[in-house]
Every structure is written in structure tokens, then in C-alpha cells.
Design a binder for this molecule. Structure first.
Ligand code: ASP
Length: 329
């Protein structure tokens, strides 16, 4: 065989193998599972359920279920998907934890950058600083004074080390410079139930989980984590944390879709096509925007850009986390 043709054979075989891997994907009666690494009823669960609904039709109308594999700040669910068969039927919806876990948790049993195929980014979500309804403070300044007056007694709920609420709470804590007792939950869904009931004092959580509770006056709200005020009616009067005194505070939580490493490129392309249909779906956009989230409408909806973005977020948060000196083994 000619030398040039010979060198082409393995490439051609690879292409055939990739196409074969996607043949018939998804098989109509085979269930697709979206693993959510946090408890039901929280912000990641919410985006995953809305996404499952919006991706169902472009995926051929089969069943897409959500599996809440919660615990360890999101690393249990992520590990489950990293070790799942690379066939496109087990996927992960995860958030900024993909960028913070590698620095926050020293011994995570998977590698964010090499154990997954990146399908595309889904949304960006600001956070809100909230408290139990009975807490004796009505604005950020009063909250800081209250924390100072209750030294050693204040507790801060989060969804575990590596979660968004952990990151935001950790950055917030550095301002009043008071050590608060952290109360970890399997997700901010159950943490919210305890906050409303007055069992815990403070939490920093995504607007997708807090907007309705703020609107219904079930919790008190003090500030938003974005650099600009939000336009969502229930949140538009809240100051930014930067305005409130935490200069430069800017935490935005992204969610993305991932598959196990080795999932055939044609399967990833099919998932990405369905994701892009979902990201343009007016119903999906309306639901997400109503909760203060911004549906991705830029090149980060492409797998390569999604991967580049997460790598940039790892580089951005790693020095911040190291400077705060918080690690878990
Ligand atoms: N995303 C988590 C959840 O869905 C919350 C967090 O990361 O703070 O519960």
C-alpha cells in the first residue's frame, strides 16, 4: 500500500469507530440519566430538571431522568459519572464545583480535566446572601453588627466543601473576620428548609433556589454576589456585596453538562446539538430567567469552549482558595 494511504488507514478506522459508537444514539427506550451531585429541590437539581425537559424532544423523545447522587460537596455524583460507561446514557450536571474542587479537596477520586468529556455550558447564576427570617438584622450593615455581637454562636449553612454555597460563604466570612460554624448539608435544598425553620442562621445560595423564598418573605435577603444589581423583580432592590462593602466581590455560578471520558465524539456531538436546542427554548429561558439565572448564549455552549472556560475558572479560583487556606483531605 502507498505510504500516504497506509498512514490514513488508522485515522479512517477511528472515524468509523466513532460513528459506530453513536449509531442509533439515543436508543428510544434506553433511559438517559442526568446525575445531579446535590440533593433534590436545590439549585443544581432545578436546572437539571428544566434541562431534562428541554432536551427530551431534541433527544428523540425518550426518557431522561434525574439521579440525585448527593454528598461530599458534589464529588460523589461527579465520581459516579467519571466511572460510568462512556456511552452517553449517564451524564453529569455540575456547577462551579468542577473548578473549585480540584483546589478545595486534595484527594478527589477523579480528575476534572481528564476524566470527562465536556458537552457544553448551560447557565450562569448569581448568588444571594440570606438569613433565617427571625434574625435581628434588616440590611448588610446590621447583619455584620449582629455577627459581631454573637461571636462564637453564628452558623452558616452550605452544601459541603466544594459547593457554591461553601465558596461564597467562605469569601463572605473573610469580611466580618468572624469564625462561623459551618453546617454542611447534601444540598442547599434541605439547607433552605432548615434556614426557613430557623435551625441555621445564614446562607449564601443561588437565586434559582432563593428568589421564591425572598419573594415570599420566608427568608431575609441582604445582598447579591454579582458586580451589578439584578433585574429580577424580587431581587432588584438588593445591593451588590461590592456596594455593601466587600470590594470586588463577584461570584457567579455556572452549570455545565459532562459525559464520562471516552464517550464517542459523535455521541457528544448529538448531546451538544440537543443541548443547544434546549438553550434556545423560550420555555427553558423563561423559567431560568424568572429565577435570576442567565442561560448561556455564547461560544461556551460548544464543548471545546466549555473545557477552556472551566480551565480558566480553575486558574481563577485556585489562588483565591489557597489564599483563604481552606483544604480538605
Ligand atoms: N448546587 C448546590 C445544590 O444544588 C448548592 C451549592 O453548591 O451550594 O444544592
Amino acid at each position: 500500500m502507498h505510504k500516504f494511504l497506509k498512514s490514513l488507514v488508522p485515522v479512517a478506522l477511528l472515524a468509523v469507530a466513532a460513528a459506530a459508537g453513536a449509531q442509533g444514539f439515543p436508543v428510544k427506550d434506553k433511559v438517559i440519566t442526568l446525575v445531579v451531585p446535590f440533593a433534590a429541590g436545590g439549585p443544581t437539581d432545578r436546572v437539571a430538571r428544566d434541562l431534562a425537559e428541554a432536551m427530551r424532544k431534541p433527544m428523540g423523545g425518550g426518557t431522561i431522568v434525574v439521579d440525585n447522587a448527593a454528598g461530599a460537596g458534589g464529588s460523589i455524583g461527579a465520581n459516579k459519572v467519571a466511572k460510568a460507561p462512556a456511552d452517553g446514557y449517564t451524564l453529569l450536571v455540575h456547577h462551579i464545583g468542577m473548578a473549585t474542587m480540584p483546589t478545595l479537596v486534595r484527594n478527589i477520586p477523579f480528575k476534572v480535566e481528564s476524566d470527562f468529556e465536556y458537552v457544553g455550558l448551560v447557565n450562569d447564576v448569581p448568588m444571594t446572601l440570606i438569613s433565617r427570617p427571625s434574625l435581628a438584622a434588616n440590611n448588610y450593615k446590621e447583619l455584620v453588627s449582629w455577627i459581631g455581637a454573637n461571636k462564637g454562636k453564628v452558623n452558616l449553612a452550605n452544601a459541603g466543601v466544594g459547593s457554591a454555597s461553601h465558596l461564597c460563604g467562605m469569601l463572605f466570612q473573610s469580611a466580618p473576620k468572624e469564625d462561623m460554624t459551618t453546617v454542611p448539608y447534601k444540598g442547599t435544598g434541605p439547607a433552605m428548609t432548615d434556614l426557613i425553620a430557623g435551625q441555621v442562621d445564614i446562607m449564601c445560595d443561588q437565586t434559582t433556589n432563593t428568589t421564591a423564598q425572598i419573594e415570599g418573605k420566608k427568608v431575609k435577603a441582604f445582598a447579591v454576589s454579582s458586580p451589578k444589581r439584578l433585574t429580577t423583580p424580587a431581587l432588584k432592590d438588593l445591593p451588590t456585596l461590592d456596594e455593601a462593602g466587600l470590594k470586588g466581590f463577584n461570584v457567579s455560578i455556572f452549570h455545565g453538562l459532562y459525559a464520562p471520558k471516552g464517550t464517542p465524539p459523535a455521541v457528544i456531538a448529538k448531546l451538544n446539538d440537543a443541548l443547544k436546542v434546549a438553550l434556545k427554548d423560550p420555555e427553558f429561558i423563561k423559567k431560568q430567567e424568572g429565577l435570576g439565572a442567565v442561560v448561556v448564549n455564547d461560544k461556551r455552549m460548544e464543548p471545546a469552549e466549555h473545557k477552556r472556560f472551566v480551565a480558566a475558572e480553575i486558574a481563577k479560583w485556585s489562588p483565591v482558595i489557597k489564599a483563604a487556606g481552606v483544604y480538605v483531605d
